[in-house]
Design a protein around this ligand. Sequence first.
Ligand code: FAD
Length: 390
Amino acid sequence: MLDYVDLEADLSAEERLIRDTAREFVADKLESEIGEHWIEGTFPTDLIPEMGDLGFYAPNLEGYGLPGVSETAYGLLMAELEACDSGLRSMASVQGALVMYPIHAYGSEAQKDDWLEPLGAGEAVGCFGLTEPQHGSNPSGMETTAKHDDDGYVLNGSKTWITNAPIADVALVWARVTDGDGADDGSVRGFLVETDREGVTTNEIKEKLSLRASITGEIGLNGVHVPEESVLPGVEGMKGPLACLTQARYGIAWGTVGAARNCFETARQYALDREQFGGPIARFQLQQEKLAEMATQITLAQLLAHRLADLKERGDLRPQQVSMAKRNNVRVARNQSRIAREILGGNGITADYSPMRHLTNMETVYTYEGTHDIHSLILGQDLTGVAAFE
Ligand code: FAD
């Protein structure tokens, strides 16, 4: 596996073990079937509890049965899952970074007791409902409301493009609280909404041409009553969902390096095996230049991910640094998966090989968790002090 500057040498035994466990899981359980899942538009839901047993959901958190592994170990895990498919990493990212993390960081003791162990074990599935049909890049414009009543809230609105929604037991829904008269007091709060509550619908979005091995849906909230205890008590305002997104984007910065690496390894092997003009195409300088550029770009992305882990570990990681890594590493994976596809010639457009699948997946990853453009604007603001998007 590509590790051109020997990052392996600095890994602890625990980090290697977690990476190898994920790599073996993928090889044993999914590698040979993932192309079929992608074509069929299905996710291997039977593996969700097994992924829990192996500690794939938020293992970087501590307590409630969670081991608190290093941020590097967590990143390596994301890379191995996404080397298989972005759908697999998305499942673990949403469950861990977008549902378990906010419960862990902002939840009441009762919410932690109720949800962290079942979610960590993969006995329950969670989803994160922020995006709405009219509010994607600017979620602060959200229209979903939570109207206070005598013993809780009544939720109304709709969320779309929600990973895992159709298979979720619980949805973390972000909504704007209004007072009893419907007046807007402006504060955004997170609500843990069981999906079997009356008034909740979760329709699957089926005709995706990207991230097909992932279940995506809409959430309809039609007069859904939730008790007072379902609100996350520890956070108010947009900083709640944004802090969750920083966690998930950190995983994406790592995960996409895994996808790019898988494309590189596939292309290198293909170039060695495929013969044209009397010998392997790997002997042609044009193909070697492509492989050299891929290896270089992937190595730079790996270095950025590892540096992010060090900053996160010591508590110094800024969201803008995560934006830079998400933006860069997704772009690397998007561009390099295309080059890998090219090296595979006609075979490259089939699901027998991974690059085209990764390439189409990257269209989603480029767009979700803050589009490439939005991360440019976040960096632009950080670098100049002038916001271009408020
Ligand atoms: P828009 O915001 O409408 O953007 C359209 C285009 O305009 C983009 O190119 C964008 O970069 C550009 N643009 C927007 N504003 C600006 C600006 N100020 N300056 C320059 N350009 C701009 N959301 C969730 O809440 N939970 C999930 O689990 C989830 N999973 C997803 C899974 C999939 C498969 C997909 C495709 C999306 C998912 N999303 C999820 C939603 C995702 O986060 C949004 O699609 C994303 O935020 C972009 O929003 P939008 O699609 O409405 O695009």
